[in-house]
Design a protein around this ligand. Sequence first.
Ligand code: FES
Ligand code: FES
Length: 154
Amino acid sequence: MTYQITVNGESQIVAAAPETPLLYVLRNDLGLNGPKFGCGLGQCGACAALVGGKLVRTCSMALRDVGGDPIVTLEGLGTVQKLHPLQQAFIEEQAAQCGYCSNGMIMAAKALLDRNPKPSDEEIRDALADQLCRCGVHNRVVRAVRKVAMEQMR
Ligand code: FES
Ligand code: FES
């Protein structure tokens, strides 16, 4: 079947079976490698993107369920020339070791700051609690998100 989806502001036509995980479409059909394949079971958060403004584990969302909701991936946040404030803060705070979890961390932080521009430390930790990191950079990630939140408060 063919589906029309909107990804990072662009309309795309993709041909795939209805049950195809959105993650596969993003990575394999559209070449968007920001979202990572971690567990494939909805447990790690590495594949996260925003769908209709909500944080979604794209390995666990079937293409047929996307509907008309716009999708935003890591590639839709900033560019190398003009980084998103979260991307800039992650670099400044060195909030990645292997970097495999960074996509999910940044997208979860984006979802948080979109709904709550001035989160407390506890709210930041809560929002990131289900994003797994095997390298243990959680404290740096929290610092990076806090930095962006503080800048937004000015
Ligand atoms: S790859 Fe989707 S939650 Fe782990
Ligand atoms: S930096 Fe390696 S999994 Fe988080």
